[in-house]
Design a binder for this molecule. Structure first.
Ligand SMILES: [Zn+2]
Length: 73
């Protein structure tokens, strides 16, 4: 397997280049999709959390504005 960075020919089973240390292939091809799926799930959860926080903030801001208007009148 030829290194994409320096072009050195490496044995097929090598994961990193013996000369420059560049990665020749993913370390664990079988577990890679699982990791990606977990990352996507994490991103979704993070987005939902952010949305929930934003919604809560907007709601409290609206309540504060309504209260302020009520008090000022
Ligand atoms: Zn290399």
């Amino acid at each position: 397997m030829r290194c994409p960075r320096c072009g050195t020919e490496n044995p097929e089973r090598k994961i990193v280049c013996r000369r420059c240390g560049a990665r020749l292939r993913p370390t664990a091809p079988a577990s890679s999709p699982v990791t990606q799926e977990t990352e996507a799930e994490l991103m979704w959860r993070l987005r939902w959390d952010l949305l929930r926080v934003a919604a809560t903030f907007a709601l409290s801001a609206a309540v504060a504005v309504a209260l302020g208007l009520f008090v000022l009148r």
